[in-house]
Design a protein around this ligand. Structure first.
Ligand code: SF4
Length: 84
């Protein structure tokens, strides 16, 4: 699963610099996660870094985007290749 930022977001932006995949974008009042780039931090860290720093606990698993650990690992590998 990719993660999802809910309406509880206060747009403090603490999450943006923590994302190793540059997947979080500033929105109008609420920041958003680009599901194409979110690996739930798989490949980089053991835990989602955005969740760890969010002061309002507004970042949850996106119930509409189901991805296995293997799929997240594959996405991580694809993103790494695109950086080269
Ligand atoms: Fe970025 Fe990791 Fe949060 Fe996904 S879980 S948006 S990769 S910091």
């Amino acid at each position: 699963m990719s993660l999802l930022i809910t309406n509880d977001c206060i747009s403090c932006d603490a999450c943006i610099p923590e994302c190793p995949n540059d997947a979080i974008k500033k929105g109008a009042g609420i920041n958003t996660v680009d599901a194409e780039n979110c690996t739930e931090c798989v490949g980089h860290y053991k835990e989602p870094q955005c969740v760890a720093v969010c002061p309002t606990q507004c970042i949850i698993k996106n119930p509409k985007i189901r991805e296995t650990k293997e799929e997240l690992k594959s996405k991580f590998m694809r993103l790494q290749l695109m950086k080269k």
